[in-house]
Ligand binder design. Structure first.
Ligand SMILES: CC(C)(COP(=O)(O)OP(=O)(O)OC[C@H]1O[C@@H](n2cnc3c(N)ncnc32)[C@H](O)[C@@H]1OP(=O)(O)O)[C@@H](O)C(=O)NCCC(=O)NCCS
Length: 186
């Protein structure tokens, strides 16, 4: 038996996901809206309308220019939205929903979408944080941090241990406090 490792090409050929590399683009094409609606229905079911995050998106519109689609080989496979908000007089964004089609999971599309939409939003210099309600195990390795429990006030029930913040100013996760309000324009 040879002790020499298999060459990378052979290893790649053995993987069913070889070459399936997700990319990201703005959701501006015909058919994107229908894809996103179907994906969110598939990922979250009818209960999505009862979620507290949905109530926030009802009050404050999503920023269409930060609606991103992930694709693999030109096929849409994931989506993320951002809602401009403010908390305690500081502007930022709420990320979500984030979803990847079940046929395209574990290819990195979800993490790519989360990272990319946060980077694009904060690069505008108009908001200081990207808040979301999600699993620590998924988002904390990407740079999100737990917030001070109960500090951020939602218009409905939410598990405070799942309220996570991404910000250049790392102290903001501890200090940001108040109800979720409208983004403060110019
Ligand atoms: C969560 C979701 C967006 C992940 O999408 P994805 O494109 O498969 O994510 P990625 O490929 O970037 O990452 C996959 C990795 O994250 C892990 N992961 C997925 N969901 C996770 C979770 N909730 N907590 C911790 N790890 C998770 C996977 O096991 C996988 O691990 P591996 O790389 O070690 O195999 C997708 O499963 C989904 O749409 N789920 C239903 C909707 C949902 O729960 N959205 C998140 C709301 S906050």
């Amino acid at each position: 038996m040879s002790l020499v490792s298999a060459p990378p090409a052979a290893a790649a050929a053995a993987s069913p996901n070889a070459g399936r590399v997700p990319t990201v683009r703005p959701a501006t094409r015909a058919g994107d809206d229908a894809f996103i609606e179907e994906l969110q229905a598939l990922a979250f079911g009818p209960g999505r309308f009862a979620r507290t995050a949905f109530r926030i998106r009802e009050r404050f519109p999503i920023d269409m220019s930060l609606s991103l689609i992930a694709e693999v080989d030109g096929t849409p496979c994931g989506s993320v939205w951002m809602t401009p908000i403010s908390i305690g007089g500081i502007n930022g964004y709420m990320l979500g929903p984030l979803a990847t089609h079940p046929d395209f999971r574990k290819l990195g599309a979800g993490k790519l979408l989360a990272r990319e939409v946060a980077t694009r939003a904060l690069a505008r210099g108009e908001g200081q944080f990207v808040m979301l309600v999600g699993d620590r195990d998924y988002y904390c390795p990407l740079g999100w941090a737990p917030t001070t429990l109960g500090n951020i006030e939602f218009p409905g029930p939410v598990d405070p241990t799942r309220v996570l913040l991404f910000a250049e100013d790392k102290s903001l996760a501890n200090t940001l406090a108040g109800p979720i309000e409208a983004f403060i324009e110019g």
